[in-house]
Design a protein around this ligand. Sequence first.
Ligand SMILES: C[S@@+](CC[C@H](N)C(=O)[O-])C[C@H]1O[C@@H](n2cnc3c(N)ncnc32)[C@H](O)[C@@H]1O
Length: 281
Amino acid sequence: MTVENQIPLEDYNRFRAFLERSCGIVLGDNKQYLVTSRLTPIMSSHGLPDLHALMHAVDANAKPGLKEQVVDAMTTNETQWFRDIYPYETLKTIIFPEFAKLSDRPLRIWSAACSYGQEPYSISMVIQEYLLSHPTAFSRGIQIVATDISPTVLKQAKEGVYDATSMARGLSEERRKMFFTPMEGGKWVINQELRGRISFVELNLMSNYAPLGKFDIIFCRNVLIYFSADLKKGILNRMAEIMHPKAHLILGGSESPTNYTDVFEMVRSPHGVNYRLKSKP
Ligand SMILES: C[S@@+](CC[C@H](N)C(=O)[O-])C[C@H]1O[C@@H](n2cnc3c(N)ncnc32)[C@H](O)[C@@H]1O
């Protein structure tokens, strides 16, 4: 008997519906192995024999925090420094020069599924580098809001401490020396100057974004891929509502707003493609 066959189809389908309702993640037909590997530690720690019992405990609200723990475990948090490079080149050469003269308010950037923090910290490093060569830019400051549904990744992101394996993924030695301080045990901590402009907030992308305020740039990378077409449409349209005129939207390499909404236009640059809010007619 394979691992997949150990979860009765009825329980698997009930779990899939729960997961999509809770956080939007759509599980394929044959992901029983993933559910088993991600949830076995939780079931063991709560003394629950199988997925049926776990779902029953979640539905009955029998154990505080269990639902959140299950959702957290089902998120995929793969990330790295300067992922795909081009979004950061686009920031430096196209978007920052355009917004550098903002004088009535701070520049506001949202990293909408920030995982362990590599994305907002990479943005903060590019800002720091830009300010070195343009010291009078962004006179009203820059704020980064970094959100994720997973309290586990957010905790680490807030600490800004990374081991040698994470440090090796996409970070040049020059940036490591410039922006991190070595710690005991071969770990590194991000410098306070970069950390200071970021607020980390737990947020489910299925919820209301209005409390976050308005943004000039939204990074929403490598997360829409997990959602249904309806949810992508809802997320993109709600993001548009909290974007300043001409704000930029930076999606993952395989993601696009086409087919879901027409409020964004594509902007091609030598570095790659990004999107911006269309001006209202
Ligand atoms: C693959 S990571 C992408 C991280 C980063 N944006 C990047 O491109 O490297 C996807 C992240 O989306 C988060 N996520 C999944 N569903 C979410 C939801 N409904 N609301 C907010 N974040 C969610 C996961 O916790 C995970 O950290």
